[in-house]
Design a protein around this ligand. Sequence first.
Ligand code: FAD
Length: 495
Amino acid sequence: MSKSMICSCEDVTADDVRHAVSRGYCDVESVKRYTGFGTGICQGKSCLSAVAALLEQEKALKADAVVPFTPRPPLYPTELRLLASAPVDESQPPVGGVPQEVDVFPKGLRPTEPLPAKAKVVIIGGGVMGLALAYNLAREGETDVVVLERGYLCAGASGRNGGGVRMQWGTPALVELAKRSIDLMKGFAREMGINVWLRQGGYLFLARTDAVAKRLERNVALHNRFDVPTRLVTPDAARDIVPGLTMKGCVAASFNPEDGVIFPWPFLWGYAQGCRKKGVRVETYTEVTGFDVSGGQIRKVKTDRGDIACDTVVLASGAWSPEVAKLVGVQLPNEPHRHEILSTEPLKPFLGPLVSVLDSGLYFSQSMRGEIVGGMGDPKEPAGLNMGSTLRFVSRFAQALMEQLPHVGHVKVLRQWAGCYDVTPDNNPILGRTPGLDNLLQMSGFVGHGFMMAPAVAERMAKWMRTGESDELFTRFNLRRFSEGALEREDMIIG
Ligand SMILES: Cc1cc2nc3c(=O)[nH]c(=O)nc-3n(C[C@H](O)[C@H](O)[C@H](O)COP(=O)(O)OP(=O)(O)OC[C@H]3O[C@@H](n4cnc5c(N)ncnc54)[C@H](O)[C@@H]3O)c2cc1C
């Protein structure tokens, strides 16, 4: 084995890359997944071009396909305390921000095989929802399934989220679903053969007002009914859980040690790999552009690579769901809302739980790689499919973080990015059949918590689709509820 090192942060050699090529991983994106190059401290700065050159030399791909989604390394890694000093004008809404290049997906990466002319189930959206559903359908024996994704896997919210998984919800349905999801996540690495770095360090929710403290108190009783061991803690006890927290302005907290964090990318890749192994087609760089409808049913899904005739269509396009639904004349109440997020240079493990100040929407955790990963909602953010990054966000976030955890002021921010929450009027998903369009199934509206709900929701949905057995989840969260006004609002939303 040659020791010609390509990525020293992740200990990846030239032979590791050649081995990936021999296994059929023939573009920068999939070689990165397979070997882990470029995911370390340098974020690809010192190895990306070497891998690209090696792939060209190996004739593994055409030159125009060497377009990865690898994040750019920061020009000036900047300390949080410096970012906290940037002025923020709270009277102004956020500006557009530095745009991301998600609309220029390279055609060179498009699959070259033709799409199948027909499939039983077509799933629109290769985010965590679409892929988890496809995988669960295949487990139930239905493999005549095609997942259509207009970009790369991880292009949507599923590749942009904070990886938080928690059972601390305010309504029974979500507590139950999250509990089941976390159970499934525990077996994911073994089942899928991919490490998702699940760490159950808990979630510590901080309340600054009596009203929020009361909400936490109500939740504890609800959680305990489901055997979720959440407990209320005083500010002093919260400081025992996370030494260094100031608890400034906080009156109470709640803690569930079984909540945690997971690394989103391998979670998605694991589902995609699992789908493909079972014979499901996952077609990236393939955009749905329209539908053929007759007799109250969708007959064909049209894409920029051709049409697919189908029996059932599942709309799992996250924040893009309203615009895809509009192509078939269905109006959804979802609204996309940008949420920004960042990660810092890695530190030794010091932070057990994910901490969130409910009143301000601040949250931060430490990843298994040691980075502080955190975000903060912005009440002034207008609705829209905007995934640009702003100085306003890093500054607001850094100020709020310094207030709670001043000793991390010297830590440098390495990256920031944004994604869209897919927000419904009651903060609950839209699931089940579409009134008037019998074979269109809804699977969207997961706000800021779809990642942690996906394993359980997909498991239930696959069973419901395969067996036809009734399941109240798909009645409770049906699209019809918005016109009938039967809404049960979920309030435990971060951001
Ligand atoms: C900053 C941020 C932090 C978050 N933090 C958390 C968290 O800590 N925990 C948690 O559980 N959740 C979190 N979430 C929410 C979570 O990421 C989402 O709820 C979840 O990923 C939604 O998955 P999805 O599959 O529905 O949508 P997506 O992952 O957005 O997937 C939809 C896909 O559809 C594709 N698509 C769109 N239009 C078309 C078309 N016409 N044809 C084909 N494909 C199309 C898109 O490219 C996209 O990949 C966060 C979200 C954000 C933005």
